[in-house]
Design a protein around this ligand. Structure first.
Ligand SMILES: Nc1ncnc2c1ncn2[C@@H]1O[C@H](COP(=O)(O)OP(=O)(O)OP(=O)(O)O)[C@@H](O)[C@H]1O
Length: 258
């Protein structure tokens, strides 16, 4: 299903964060990286699409508005905060998320879904550990498992790699990419690591100055001018030995205001 957003305004009671947001429609199975400096509005945008903040404008998924019913059926959202530590086992929290999403499945099917998510993410050894005895990064992986087990058609991930080491950062992006391709899931991922975004995302949305500064294929979009405006940095975009673009930052511009 295609995501269509037109003239979207998002923010808080006394503060508009993004206005006139009209990205080109996004096709199913696309992995979109949402990037921009701190405070650019990445989380606010994802929360609005997730229905946690009111927004003005049009958000359609497929041929229907993304309303509460549609969200309950199609959407998976991972917030920036990690799952709260509790005495529950990791397995139990993922199982509850699975039951909530797929109430009609029998026990065997539910267990198959669970098995598939734990082994895809490579976290089977965490299944029987209590959440309050896991590290921050391990809890972030369990949070992701709680979302992926629902098999959402629209996946919103707010900095899913913020607590992860190099291995797990790659692992998560690889899983999300594979998941998007296999199930046709459309994923929006807010992310700070630009090179990770360039490596895995099909398309980037660059937020800056209260709107969408740029949108396009990840491998062509970023230029020194875009990076200067979006982040206030002097940067180069070079090709690595695989021919993929890589951003190298040289300096931060002093007293930068977008
Ligand atoms: N609850 C709130 N009430 C009022 N303003 C808020 C609230 N939460 C965030 N903001 C403001 O909205 C703007 C966008 O914040 P948001 O969290 O969406 O940015 P972000 O791009 O996700 O940043 P980061 O990369 O730091 O996570 C910021 O100026 C922030 O101060």
């Amino acid at each position: 299903m295609t995501l269509r957003i037109e003239n979207l305004k998002v923010g808080y009671r006394h503060r508009t964060v993004l206005e006139g947001l009209s990205p080109r429609p996004v096709a199913p199975a696309t992995l979109v990286g949402v990037i921009g400096r701190n405070g650019a509005g990445k989380s606010t945008l994802l929360k609005t699409i997730a229905g946690l903040l009111p927004g003005q404008g049009l958000v359609h998924f497929g041929d229907r508005p993304l309303d509460a019913t549609q969200r309950a059926r199609t959407l998976g959202y991972l917030p920036q905060s990690l799952p709260q530590p509790s005495s529950l086992l990791a397995y139990e929290t993922v199982y509850s998320a699975c039951r909530a999403a797929h109430g009609g499945l029998d026990k065997e099917q539910l267990e198959q879904n669970m098995e598939s998510v734990f082994s895809r993410l490579g976290i089977r050894e965490l299944a029987l550990r209590r959440l309050d005895q896991l590290s921050g990064g391990q809890r972030q992986m369990i949070g992701l498992a709680q979302v992926l087990v629902r098999q959402p058609r629209l996946l919103l991930l707010d900095e899913p790699t913020s607590a992860l080491d190099l291995h797990w950062q790659l692992n998560v992006l690889q899983c999300v990419q594979q998941f998007s391709r296999e199930l046709g899931t459309l994923s929006l991922v807010a992310i700070h690591d630009i090179n990770l975004a360039l490596r895995f995302c099909d398309e980037l949305w660059v937020l800056a100055g209260g709107g969408l500064l740029a949108q396009g294929p990840a491998r062509d979009l970023l230029t020194p001018a875009v990076l200067r405006t979006a982040y206030g940095v002097e940067a180069r975009v070079e090709r690595c030995s695989l021919g993929l673009p890589m951003v190298l930052c040289d300096s931060a511009m002093p007293a930068y205001q977008p």
